[in-house]
Design a protein around this ligand. Sequence first.
Ligand SMILES: C[S@@+](CC[C@H](N)C(=O)[O-])C[C@H]1O[C@@H](n2cnc3c(N)ncnc32)[C@H](O)[C@@H]1O
Length: 739
Amino acid sequence: MSTDDIGLLSPLPQVTSRRRLPTLARRFLMQFGFCYIPDYYEHLHGSYSAWYRRLLHEWGTADALGYDALWIAEHRFAGYAFCSTPVVAQAIADRTEQIRIGTAVSLISQRHPVLTAEDWAAVDLLSNGRLNFGIGRGIFAYDFGAVGVPSSESRERFQEAWEVIRRLWTEEHVTHSGKFWSFEDHTLGPRPLQQPTPPVYVACIATPESYQWAGEQGCHLMIAPFLLKSTSQQVEYLDLYRESLAKAGHDVSNFQILGNYHLALVEDERQSEQIDGHIFKYLNFLNSIQTNQKQHLDTTHYAAYESGETLWKDAQELRDNRAVTGTPQQCIDRIEELSAACGLTGWMFHINYGGVPHERVIDQMHMFAEEVMPKFKAMPSCKKTEDNSRRQSLSLTPSTPERTAAASARRITELATSYTRSCVLFAANKLDIFTLIGGSGRSSGEVARQLAANPRSIERLLDSCTSLGLLSKQAEGYHLTADSRKHLDRSSPNSIADWVAHWADMMVKGNWQELAELVRAGKPLDLDWSKFGFDNRRPSIQNWIDGMHQMALAGHADIVSKVEPLNGAAKLLDVGGGPGTYSIVMCRHYPELQATVLDSTEVSDVGCEIVRREGLDGRVRFRIGDFCTENLQENYDVILLSNVLHMVDEPGAMAMLKNAHRHLTEQGILLVQEWMVSDDGTASTLSTLFNLHMLINPNGDLYRWGQLRQMIEHAGFAVTQSLETGGVYDVIVAKKSKP
Ligand SMILES: C[S@@+](CC[C@H](N)C(=O)[O-])C[C@H]1O[C@@H](n2cnc3c(N)ncnc32)[C@H](O)[C@@H]1O
């Protein structure tokens, strides 16, 4: 695919490669995101619109891969960063679900603050509270000149603008009489969703006053150490920031410091040179702007303004000091080293710069998510502490054998104790803490009172939830994170709380305790529902049925409905359709469709109730029967086998596929949704572990991609699509007739 072909793709990326999307990213304590201050070249990027479409594809991919934030920069040069940042930010918000959207930075000194406050409040609302507001006073004379603002006033304007924005976001009636702007009794409508304000980050490079001001204001920090002479210079500035925070009465440990670096991740060290070329191209481009701009800048107000040419002399220096480059392991080492030295809590990587091809940007996003991020999943963000300085004085650099051994011992310990993570989720779900906290946030005391529980134990549970990324802890209490708001608060339409309760039944009371013995014996214990009951208030089978319903509603049923156009199809057979949720959602998508759900009596009874509730009882019917032996009698336009093939052995699955072939109309479509295993049997972790679950609990078998495709073809179908959804299950589409 040429880079321009990307423009034809939907901006929402479908991950069609064989890579799996890791779903754990948001649990990491260390934040990872991408900073976009890209340089555009017509001969490399094509038209601006093609370039924007590729950028949207990259941003959608970062979201799908679970990165924490995207950051966009505002500048007014043609071909450098973005000028209309609220519009770009909103485009990102529209195409993404979870990722936070940051400015790096918004040039608030160059615009009337009422307008800035309005725009970004709207972005925060429309993105459902995902704005990170990064601010800076601006550095390039060109940017100031284009809007007629003297750069010599940048600091004063910046500080006044922030004061106005902050007040408009937090106060009802604002009257402001300042040096640059004045107005009377203005009420901003609407204010941002995040209260009191979205998180505010100040960009600081080489001006000590900026670090002090950020501390006084109680703002987070974003830094660009690669623009300074040395890491130790950066550390000195950061000490100023921390002192200033503490002096202003803030708890230093509540504040984030994000490091801004170029990332160049390669599979093999030998590819490094080609990457250096892109970084140099970008830095030289930046340098030419800086050198040119310096002549126009009143440097008394930018005493620390430096030209980069003295900083990045050669490739080795660049790799050692100014970027995070190399193989995944080299990048891990570098991230650990720099995080510890500067006390970084997160990273904002430049990934699109100097003409790096779009495909490489996407590849690096995948590689980083798969091979680098997981190493940090339980690593708390490094705060600069006494311990850090002691570590440096003992010269224990990241690669010493002692530290390597300690780190691998930690990884095994994390694995050994990962059962406790499940238990924390199960307990919080059983106590329904996520619904209790809801949209407003609660202190641990309030939660304890509501539950009539021990306050100190509740605090420990809430802190553990926070460390697992299920809650965020703020000065006034605990709040839901985006994932828990969506999936664990029972009032959310995407709640999967019953699904989690089902897994509590299976994990805590199921047969997992006897895994070693059952693996030796190679056979399961009988699945005895009465034995389960993690939460005795509710029958386990109810959790299972409601859990299936919720998982279908949490994205999977929409994916199955959209994966292949079914216009004109009149009859759907949903084999082992459980509570009928897939049929309901598919009938909603296709008004001419009628569905038959084939399942057992027990499950169908619950399903009938759901279908009635959804007002679809005329179009979704249940048929009680055994899907292995039932004589289907009639033919269907679409047959859905969703999570049923793994419930029988391979000959049984083959028989079901052949039966489906017999009962599909000539133009009919087969949709198979399954927990899929990679062809070598080892991925994804979720599926391989579920495969063990199917061995020791109800006794079934998962299939590998190639194996299942072959089985479908062997039954007489032509496979037309294999879709890795990024969810729990993946989808194969097949047609009865060869296309
Ligand atoms: C894992 S669930 C999948 C439900 C639904 N298709 C989904 O994807 O959420 C398997 C379903 O198959 C049903 N089932 C299992 N064995 C069956 C059989 N022999 N005949 C009919 N239904 C069966 C179960 O009752 C259950 O509803």
